[in-house]
Design a protein around this ligand. Sequence first.
Ligand code: UGY
Ligand code: MN
Length: 246
Amino acid sequence: MTLGSTTRSVVKRNHAIIAPDGYINSNVPGWTGGTVNVIINEQMGARLCQTLVTLTDAGQLTGATEASQIFFYVVQGQVQATIGDDSRILTVGKFVYVPIGQSYTFKNPTAGTQVLTFHKVYEPLAGHTTPGVCWGEKDDSKAPVYMGDEALRIQELLPNDLGFDMAVNIFTYQPGGNLPMVETHIMEHGLLYLQGQAIYMLDQQWYPVQKGDSIWMAPFCQQWAASIGKEPSVYIYYKNVNRFPT
Ligand code: UGY
Ligand code: MN
């Protein structure tokens, strides 16, 4: 038996790694029949919220968005999502973006279904309409190479439209692929590793990460990553976009 006194999770001023071994469940009104892990939110200094919900076959998520829009992505299993009068079965890799002021229900999951959510307070932009509900699947998106590097591919899941103030992308690194530079930028990230292993550099500190781990990167947290191991490493990530810097 191990003491359980170690973890790869770290929580710092401008970044965090959250490994599943430290999850403690939250009770979220309307989200029942499963576990809800709040992985990133304003309590840690973030301006986004990221959760991971694991449902039993009796699980249900019912609610209505208010100031925050919510992006729901199925990581494992399947579930029936109803937004307004549109109802669809979401299997692995499918998602729905729920704009502000919209009711939603997720029900009839298979046992063990996992749903990742990204929440952000919506910032309207004069002259642009607030986005509507957006359904999709990761394989609908093209996967162009990133900055000319064949080992890196990015899929943009949400439309490239100024009405949106958040992006959600899937980033695939072939074994040995690495970011072409250390990024230093105003945008914030939340991410979940969907596959593989990597070394992530955050604020000049180095971390081994793997499938199931989440990372928060505050604005201007320096970041670099390299895929390690024999399979591609893949993460889905949030980024705030398209708004005037204040
Ligand atoms: O879009 C991005 O900023 C992305 N390249 N960052 C990252 O993967 N850490
Ligand atoms: Mn980045």
